[in-house]
Design a binder for this molecule. Structure first.
Ligand code: ARG
Length: 400
């Protein structure tokens, strides 16, 4: 019996070439797996393409709901932004893809899984660490890392083997997308001093072409996750898809980021993440209403660490689970409504409310009519400033 290799298949040129290459080099049967994580591609066409290239079997998996509930929602709770900017959209999908590869490999009795990641990026790390964590017996092969084929050589190989070359291969960009965002790389974008040209963007209008009127959007959160948009309860996938459209129309969610890749290379990354930008901004704001100052300050560190782990391919590490436990506990009170205003590339939170609000107008008001006893502030200042006074006095003595 022939060996079986389970391949993460996107339908693009690289992984199509991979099918043929694996069949030849390993004299193996290839089983392809394509996940729908909201990348808006024709899964049927991808399936047909795989079958045409002679795969033994193709799995088309609708993972949108699972991706949203189990990957995107935790990212919202963690306000996840790698290096303060990138909503880790691609990074979030990799452990899910890895777990499906393992599932299929186990079901089909395959001993190898393969992916089309290069040796220069983060995705190879994310997929391989996750696959190995789930099933250490599986062998992972990463042909693109080894085969040293140039783009032209690949196209040549494709022509020789009757692999259809996608028309958009003429576009100079490498794109990865899912519900949580769209990443655009290559071409002119590799020059960080140059503004990304308009043809790099698909989900967002340039701010200057956005509507002249602002749009208000209200988001209801329940325990840290979005439940309703403009007072309409929605399935999580629909909610994020709708918000991508609404915010994208106002030019919100374009990100231009100097990013530190895991392997130590700096790269200029461009993203469109309209829904992620709005939801994280709104969620952070709601947390500020309901969490104590101590919780907020501590959680910022936890959030940054969470985003780093996910970026770094350590979704399966116990530390991520530990942090999730802390984060979930804090989210018990993150319920309420946030109103945002979208206008020409900007998002502004303009109102928030919650049954767990810690805001007390009787305390905060500068009016005379307050429940706060201002006299106690004098004693507070005395003690609060004590260490500073002592240190300053010493400095004065030293200076003489
Ligand atoms: N720099 C981003 C990340 O590491 C985007 C990666 C895009 N991946 C891709 N295969 N095109 O998450």
């Amino acid at each position: 019996m022939k060996k079986k290799i389970v391949l993460a298949y996107s339908g693009g040129l690289d992984t199509s070439v991979l099918i043929k290459w694996l069949q030849q080099k390993y004299d193996a049967d290839v089983i392809t797996v394509t996940l729908d994580v909201g990348q808006k591609e024709d899964l049927k066409a991808i399936q047909e393409k795989a079958l045409k290239l002679g795969v033994l079997k193709h799995y088309s998996i609708d993972a949108k709901e699972e991706f949203t509930r189990n990957y995107v929602f935790p990212a919202i709770k963690a306000n996840a932004l790698y290096e303060g900017k990138y909503p880790v959209s691609t990074a979030l999908s990799r452990p899910l893809i890895a777990s499906k590869l393992v599932e299929v490999a186990e079901k089909e009795g395959a001993e190898m899984v393969a992916h089309g990641c290069t040796g220069k990026g983060n995705d190879q790390v994310r997929i391989e660490v996750s696959v190995k964590a789930l099933n250490p017996n599986l062998k992972v092969i990463a042909p693109v890392r080894e085969w040293n084929m140039t783009r032209d050589a690949e196209i040549e190989f494709a022509k020789r083997h009757g692999i259809p070359i996608p028309v958009d291969e003429s576009k100079p960009y490498s794109v990865d997308q899912n519900l949580w965002g769209r990443s655009i790389e290559c071409g002119i974008l590799e020059y960080p001093d140059k503004e990304p040209p308009e043809d790099a963007f698909e989900w967002t209008l340039p701010p200057e072409k956005a509507p002249e009127e602002p749009e208000y959007v209200s988001i209801k959160f329940e325990k840290g996750v979005p439940k309703a948009l403009n007072n309409k309860e929605m399935n999580p996938v629909r909610l994020i898809e709708s918000l991508n459209v609404i915010a994208g129309k106002h030019g919100v969610g374009r990100i231009d980021h100097m990013e530190d890749r895991l392997i130590g290379i700096k790269s200029r990354e461009v993203y469109e993440c309209p829904a992620a930008t709005v939801l994280i901004e709104a969620h952070k704001d709601l947390e500020k209403l309901v969490l104590t100052r101590h919780e907020i300050l501590f959680k910022q560190h936890v959030d940054a660490q969470w985003a780093f782990l996910v970026y770094a391919g350590l979704w399966m590490d116990p530390l991520k689970e530990d942090l999730d436990a802390f984060i979930d506990k804090t989210q018990e009170r993150v319920t309420g409504e946030v109103r945002v205003k979208l206008y020409k590339g900007n998002i502004q939170v303009v109102g928030r409310s919650s049954p767990y609000s810690l805001y007390d107008i009787h305390l905060a008001t500068y009016n005379i009519d307050t429940t706060f006893n201002q006299m106690s502030s004098a004693g507070f200042i005395e003690i609060w400033g004590l260490p500073t006074r002592v240190a300053r006095a010493l400095k004065k003595l030293e200076r003489g």
